[in-house]
Design a protein around this ligand. Structure first.
Ligand SMILES: [Zn+2]
Ligand SMILES: [Zn+2]
Length: 300
């Protein structure tokens, strides 16, 4: 019997805040005997071409992105919650996608400059030029770039320590950015022929999370799936999400959220089933050019 495919649907490259170039990311996936890897950089599709070019024979690439969004919390009187939405197999040239990604890249740039300037004003030995030296041309700016500059300047020992002590949400140096309303992001991904999956919805260690009622509302608005197996999800929350997905008819996924050496989770630490990927592909029908050469269903 052939072994079941090994599928990781959520990874980051140097096109956002990972440490592997898109080619190195694909090589890392090959080294981990991954059959299908999705490249899902924050707010950019800039790594797609390099990853596709580097793809070894027999491996499949799912083109995706992780959109920074805000969502109602589902609790009365509470402000919006920051959430991430994975979009897969959408047309990156769709005008709605291009406009929103350009706006978000600008937001990320502005935010990183703002945080750097606040720290420099407080006497930390960093400046905007040093921070942006860690950002490859065209990549989307993130706090890990600032973290690496802080490590290089000897302020902290590691990227993790930088986040824990200086860069966390709500720190005196934190500058917020204006993210996309999650419902609009779902509509944008669907309009561009893709499928939308709610990334790590119950990653409580990252801050406030949404109520299950919000996931139900977003399903009615076109959400296709929910990430269940994720390093930041506790087992009771995984069980809750599996039940909710079954009730709502959402596809369930599992992913490493690999960031190279910026995080400790290895690629394919959590995986998605072939059936779930088939269902996502079916729901994404309409994506332009993404499935070229990939007969459907992919694994039978
Ligand atoms: Zn995320
Ligand atoms: Zn991610």
């Amino acid at each position: 019997m052939p072994r079941s495919p090994r599928i990781d649907l959520h990874t980051h490259s140097t096109a956002s805040d990972g440490t592997d170039s898109p080619a190195a990311l694909v090589a890392a996936a090959a080294g981990a005997e991954v059959d299908v890897v999705a490249i899902t950089d924050h707010d950019t599709t800039g790594g797609w071409d390099e990853a596709a070019t580097a793809l070894p024979a027999g491996m499949r690439l799912v083109r995706g992105a992780e959109f920074s969004c805000v969502s109602p919390s589902g609790r009365d009187g509470e402000r919006d919650v920051s959430v991430h939405l994975l979009g897969y197999l959408f047309d990156p040239a769709h005008p709605a996608i291009e406009a929103e990604q350009a706006r978000l890249r600008e937001e990320r740039h502005r935010r990183l400059v703002g945080m750097t300037e606040r720290m420099a004003a407080d006497g930390y030995p960093i400046d905007v030029e040093a921070v942006f030296a860690y950002l490859p041309a065209g990549a989307s700016a993130g706090r890990p770039h600032l973290a690496r500059a802080l490590v290089a300047a000897g302020v902290v020992e590691s990227v993790n320590a930088a986040f824990a002590t200086l860069l966390y949400t709500g720190s005196p140096y934190y500058v917020p950015k204006a993210d996309t309303p999650v419902r609009a992001a779902i509509e944008m991904v669907r309009a561009a022929g893709g499928v939308a999956v709610f990334a790590h919805p119950l990653a409580r260690g990252r801050g406030r999370v949404v109520e299950p009622s919000v996931i139900a509302d977003l399903t009615a608005a076109g959400l296709g799936g929910v990430e269940v197996e994720h390093p930041d999800h506790a087992e009771p929350d995984r069980a809750l999400l599996r039940g909710l997905a079954a009730e709502l008819g959402l596809v369930t996924t599992g992913s490493s959220d690999y960031h190279g050496t910026n995080k400790t989770t290895p690629i394919a630490a959590e995986t998605t089933t072939g059936d779930a990927l088939d269902e996502l592909v079916a729901r994404a029908a309409g994506g332009v050019g993404v499935l070229t050469g990939c007969p459907l269903p992919w694994f039978r």
